[in-house]
Design a protein around this ligand. Structure first.
Ligand SMILES: Nc1ncnc2c1ncn2[C@@H]1O[C@H](COP(=O)(O)OP(=O)(O)OP(=O)(O)O)[C@@H](O)[C@H]1O
Length: 446
C-alpha cells in the first residue's frame, strides 16, 4: 500500500533522473498529486498545455516508473488547477497490482495534434516534410521505407504520425499502426511469454502503414531484429508503407543486422535539424494561436531567441510563461516573459555552442582547446575530446558532420563512435558520470 504523496515523491525522483532539468522544472515540478486509488492517479497541472504534454509525452514514463518503482498499475488523470474534474475524487490509498496493460496500449494510437496542418515548415525540416507529404499521397510506392532521422524533440514523431492522419483522412479504412521500437520489443516478448505469437504477427504484418519510432533502440536486440525483419519483408512485399525514425542513420546504429541496414536504405533517408530563429517564432505563434494564448510578438520573440535547443523545450518555455501569467494574474508581456524564464537561467548567457562546450571541457580537464580539436592520441586528450563530442551532441542538437567539422574536420563516424563510447562507459563508470554531470551543470550555467 502506498499513499499519493509517497507515490508522487518516488515518481518525481525517477522523472528527475530521466529528464533534462529544464523539462523537469517546466512540466513535472509544477504538478501536484490530488488522489490515488488503484489504478486511478489524479494529478493537478497548471494549464491545458501542461495537461496535453502530460497526456502526450509523459504518461508512458509515469506508467513505467510506477510499475518499476511500486509494482503499481496506474491510470493517470490530469486536472487543470481551478477546474472541476469530470468524475468524483477517488480514495487516496491503493494496493499494487500486476502488469500495466491498458495505459501502455494508449501509446499505439495517433496523437490528434500531430497533423501536417500543425507542422511548421522551416529550413531544418522542409525536406523531411516534403518526403512525408509525398509518402502520404502515394504510400508503398514512392519512398519505402521512409527513414526520418535527427536529434531529440525536432518533430520526427509528429511528422511520421502526420502521414498516418493524412492516409486515414484520404481513406478512413486505412489500418495504421504506430509503435515505438521499445513497445514493439515488449509486445514481442509478451507474445512469446503468453504463446500469442500468431496474434502478434497478425497485428504488425497486416497493416497499411507501419510507423516505428526510435528504431535505434533495436541496437543489440537480436530477437527483435529477427522478428522485425520478417514484418518488414511481408509489408514491403505487399507494397505497404513503412516509416521509421531514429536519432541516426541506419549505418550508424550499432549491431543492426546488415540485412536490416540495407533494407532501411532502400527507400529515402532524410534528416531533420534544429529550427532557425524564424521557424522557432513561427512554431510558437502557431502553438499560441492554437492554444488561444494571448501573447504579443515581442514577447514571443524573446522566448524564441532564448530557447534554441529543440521544439520540445520551446513548447515547455511557452507553457512556463503561460503558467506564470496565470499565477501572477498578469497578461503576458516582455517583462513577464523575462521573469518567467529567469529561473531557467537562459538570459544573459552566451549561446550554447560547440565552441563553448570545447572551452568548458578544456578548462575542466586542464587541456588545450587546440589539442581537443587536434589529433593527439594520448589518453589525457582523447577522453576529454570524446566527452566534448558527447556533450556537443547531447546539448546542442548539432548534426554529427557539424560536430566533426568543429573538431578539426573529423568524420561523422568518429564523432558517433566517441558518443557511443562515452554513453557505454557512463553505465559502468561512476567517476565519469560525475564528471559529465558537473560539466553539464557548468555548461548550462555558462
Ligand atoms: N515543425 C514543427 N511544427 C510544430 N510543432 C513541432 C514542430 N517540430 C516539433 N514540433 C513539436 O515538438 C514536440 C516534439 O516533437 P516530436 O516528439 O515529434 O520530436 P522527436 O523528434 O520525435 O523527438 P524524440 O527524438 O525525442 O522522440 C511535439 O509536441 C511536436 O508537435
Amino acid at each position: 500500500m502506498v499513499d499519493k504523496d509517497t507515490l508522487w515523491a518516488g515518481l518525481k525522483k525517477s522523472f528527475q533522473a530521466d529528464l533534462s532539468s529544464v523539462t523537469y522544472n517546466t512540466w513535472v515540478a509544477s504538478a501536484e498529486p490530488i488522489s490515488f486509488q488503484a489504478p486511478h492517479f489524479r494529478l493537478q497541472v497548471p494549464s491545458q498545455l501542461h495537461k496535453d504534454y502530460w497526456e502526450r509525452t509523459l504518461t508512458p514514463k509515469l506508467v513505467e516508473f510506477a510499475y518499476s518503482d511500486f509494482q503499481a498499475e496506474l491510470e493517470p488523470e490530469y486536472v487543470i488547477a481551478g477546474q472541476v474534474p469530470a468524475t468524483p475524487d477517488p480514495e487516496t490509498t491503493m494496493t499494487p497490482k500486476s502488469v500495466p496493460t491498458s495505459t501502455v496500449r494508449r501509446q499505439n494510437s495517433l496523437n490528434d495534434k500531430y497533423t501536417f496542418d500543425a507542422f511548421i515548415i522551416g529550413k531544418g525540416n522542409e525536406m523531411a516534410n516534403a518526403a512525408a507529404q509525398a509518402v502520404s499521397e502515394e504510400p508503398g510506392t514512392l519512398y519505402n521505407p521512409l527513414f526520418l532521422y535527427g536529434g531529440v524533440g525536432l518533430g520526427k514523431t509528429h511528422l511520421m504520425q502526420a502521414i498516418g492522419h493524412a492516409m486515414i483522412a484520404a481513406n478512413p479504412n486505412t489500418n495504421v499502426m504506430y509503435v515505438t521500437s521499445e513497445e514493439f520489443t515488449n509486445d514481442m516478448v509478451m507474445s512469446i511469454r503468453d504463446k500469442t505469437q500468431e496474434q502478434f504477427r497478425q497485428k504488425y504484418r497486416y497493416v497499411d502503414l507501419l510507423l516505428v519510432d526510435d528504431i535505434q533502440f533495436f541496437a543489440d536486440k537480436e530477437g527483435t531484429q529477427e522478428e522485425f525483419f520478417h514484418t518488414f519483408e511481408q509489408l514491403y512485399n505487399n507494397s505497404k508503407q513503412i516509416v521509421l525514425t531514429s536519432d541516426r542513420l541506419p549505418n550508424d546504429i550499432p549491431k543492426l543486422q546488415d540485412r536490416l541496414v540495407s533494407r532501411f536504405k532502400w527507400g529515402l533517408s532524410v534528416d531533420i535539424t534544429a529550427p532557425d530563429l524564424e521557424t522557432r517564432i513561427a512554431i510558437l505563434r502557431n502553438k499560441a494561436d492554437r492554444e488561444q494564448i494571448q501573447i504579443p510578438d515581442d514577447a514571443l520573440s524573446i522566448i524564441a531567441s532564448q530557447v534554441n535547443s529543440n521544439v520540445r523545450e520551446l513548447e515547455g518555455a511557452l507553457a512556463r510563461v503561460q503558467a506564470y501569467s496565470k499565477l501572477q494574474h498578469h497578461e503576458i508581456d516582455e517583462d513577464l516573459v523575462h521573469k518567467a524564464l529567469k529561473s531557467l537561467n537562459l538570459e544573459n548567457k552566451p549561446t550554447l555552442t560547440i565552441e563553448l562546450i570545447q572551452q568548458k571541457v578544456a578548462a575542466y580537464f586542464d587541456v588545450n582547446v587546440v589539442d581537443l580539436k587536434g589529433k593527439k592520441r594520448m589518453k589525457e586528450i582523447v577522453v576529454p575530446r570524446q566527452i566534448a563530442m558527447y556533450l556537443a551532441r547531447e546539448l546542442t542538437n548539432s548534426s554529427l558532420p557539424k560536430i566533426g567539422k568543429a573538431f578539426g574536420g573529423k568524420d561523422h563516424t568518429t564523432v558517433l563512435h566517441s558518443c557511443d563510447k562515452i554513453a557505454d562507459a557512463l553505465t559502468s563508470d561512476p567517476k565519469l558520470s560525475e564528471n559529465i554531470q558537473q560539466l553539464k551543470i557548468e555548461i548550462q550555467r555558462r
